[in-house]
Design a protein around this ligand. Structure first.
Ligand SMILES: [Zn+2]
Ligand SMILES: [Zn+2]
Length: 178
């Protein structure tokens, strides 16, 4: 005679169903239908791959290093882009590229949508808020915030800048696609 099996959550419910992934006994209340058969609730949850699992510390570190490299790259970009003409705007792609590279290195080559968004946002903010403008400024809110909004407004008035922003963000997210 077969041994009686009980649901691993409802210990008093007899069942013959098993999770197809881990083999635990499950009852009809607990089972979740999936393309490969019935699964327990734990196995039915979509799992992040190792590379998509990112700790808070890695986000923080990645963000910090991203911001530093973003400010550094945009600083030199704003310094030299005029002497390169239209090509200088295209060079914005490399701002994103370097921000993404820095984040990739510090987080241990993590992938996924969330790290992509982080990289893209940092790049966009650095490109829009030209760091050259705050060099000799004492950053009190009364001075800093109006300068930021003026810089941003001027940025969006120039169609080349907007194209550069697009290229920079592209560069900052493509790195995580591979
Ligand atoms: Zn399971
Ligand atoms: Zn159950």
């Amino acid at each position: 005679m077969e041994e009686k099996k009980y649901c691993y959550i409802h210990k008093n419910v007899e069942t013959r169903l098993k999770c197809t992934a881990c083999g635990k006994s499950i009852c009809p209340k607990c089972m979740v239908q999936s393309p490969v058969g019935y699964k327990c609730k734990e196995c039915a949850q979509p799992k992040l791959t190792h590379l998509e699992e990112i700790s808070q510390r890695q986000y923080l570190l990645g963000g910090l290093v991203g911001v530093i490299s973003g400010i550094g790259c945009t600083y030199f970009w704003f310094l030299f882009k005029c002497s390169l003409g239209v090509l200088g705007y295209a060079a914005a792609y490399f701002i994103g590229f370097f921000v993404a590279k820095a984040i990739t290195l510090i987080t241990g080559h993590k992938k996924g949508l969330r790290i992509q968004v982080l990289s893209g946002m940092i790049t966009a903010i650095c490109v829009i808020l030209n760091p050259l403008h705050y060099l000799y400024m004492i950053p009190t809110p009364e001075v800093f915030l109006p300068t930021c909004s003026n810089v941003a407004i001027n940025f969006f008035m120039n169609p080349y800048s907007v194209c550069a922003l697009f290229l920079a963000v592209l560069g900052s997210i493509l790195e995580f696609k591979k």
